[in-house]
Design a protein around this ligand. Structure first.
Ligand code: ASP
Length: 372
């Protein structure tokens, strides 16, 4: 994993971007977290890829979003400009351009966003041909009376509001991996569809074990949530979804309440990992609702993970310990700027506040790995 920017580099980079005044560069680092503040503590939280990819620029997603937020940008605008870095970076093969395609080799993208202050939301699912589905989700929010557009019609909408449509969002890397997966599964082309989809899933997992696919990217997504000093909360989630999915499959990412939920008064939560497990319990909504009733971000997240465990009864989804054989992560922020990254099994998440961007381990519900 690349080194996250340390605070000094972040401050230098931010200053170069003209935001020196937005950050308390004179505050000794040791004081910053313990200072009692009367208002909310501005903060951005995201999945770990939010502090990894830079698409050739200087800032990662969380650093970009925090910087813009501190400059006074609308929180959702700041978050979307942050995740655009990851969507456009061909090296992240779980999001946007170069995201791993579906079973037919077509990149289909999902995204949603929520604007806490105005209580508006928008999303797209199975969108083809646009590198930045988060921007189309925002256009749905701003330019329609609806919350979700899907498939070909989502693309038509994108074209109508001015997005260029590309014939193919594969990169050389994603296409090569798809061809490898196809090679491993086509020999069994005549299996019944149920067996074939299980075989396809397992072939993908083998490719993860062989190191061909980053484990974080078989499932893979970016969720990014932020709160500014006025306590304004927003969030965005964007993904290419499960690698080699059945065409038309939509996971949790673009579904309000599942891949993302924001309540301007209570908090924001979003997810990555096995979307089906999260969809079943609408866990981002559940987490925010529990925070509204007074729970801390971490406790609310752990409770949602326990709900996922309770709902995971199918044998093919259990490991040798009888626990879920997949991971789900939640990135949680309340209206005061308190945050938590939690997961079924240990992984990492990204944050950025006045101390700069960093990557931290999640609080895990279970020890070990999903496969053990
Ligand atoms: N949750 C996403 C989905 O199921 C994938 C991921 O986050 O890894 O589509």
């Amino acid at each position: 994993m690349p080194h996250p920017l340390d605070r000094r580099t972040f401050l230098q980079t931010s200053a170069a971007a003209g935001v020196a005044t937005a950050l308390p560069s004179t505050l000794p680092q040791s004081q910053a977290p313990s200072v009692k503040r009367s208002g909310p503590r501005p903060m951005v939280i995201s999945s770990a890829n939010g502090n990894r990819f830079k698409n050739g620029g200087r800032l990662t997603c969380v650093a970009q979003a925090f910087t813009l937020m501190e400059q006074g940008s609308d929180v959702l605008d700041a978050l979307i400009q942050g995740v655009n870095i990851v969507e456009l970076d061909p090296e992240d093969d779980s999001v946007g351009y170069g995201g791993l395609p579906n079973a037919e080799g077509v990149v289909q993208l999902d995204s949603c966003c929520m604007h806490g202050p105005t209580r508006r939301a928008g999303g797209v699912a199975c969108l083809e041909g646009v590198r930045t589905p988060s921007k189309v989700a925002k256009a749905v929010m701003e330019q329609t009376d609806h919350h979700l557009l899907v498939g070909h019609d989502a693309q038509t909408f994108a074209r109508q509001v001015g997005f260029p449509i590309e014939a193919d969002l594969n990169t050389e890397h994603s296409r090569k991996l798809w061809l490898e997966w196809k090679r491993r599964t086509d020999a069994n082309h005549w299996l019944d569809p149920k067996q074939q989809s299980q075989l396809g899933f397992e072939a993908g997992l083998h490719m993860v074990r062989e190191g061909l696919i980053d484990p974080e990217h078989y499932y893979g997504t970016i969720n990014c949530n932020g709160v500014n000093k006025e306590g304004e909360l927003c969030g965005v989630t964007t993904t290419s979804g499960l690698a080699w999915k059945i065409p038309g499959r939509v996971g949790d990412s673009p579904i309000l309440g599942a891949g993302l939920y924001v309540d301007g008064q209570a908090g924001a939560a979003g997810s990555t990992g096995r979307g089906e497990a999260n969809l079943y319990g609408l866990c981002s909504f559940l987490i925010v609702e529990m925070m509204r009733r007074g729970m801390k971000p971490k406790d609310a997240g752990m409770e949602a993970l326990r709900r996922i465990q309770a709902n995971t009864v199918r044998k093919s989804l259990l490991n040798s310990r009888g626990l879920p054989n997949f991971n789900v992560n939640f990135y949680i922020l309340n209206a005061h700027g308190d945050h938590a990254g939690v997961s079924l099994y240990t992984s990492s998440f990204a944050v950025c506040d006045a101390n700069g961007p960093r990557t931290e381990p999640t609080e895990a519900l279970f020890p070990g790995k999903p496969s053990e």
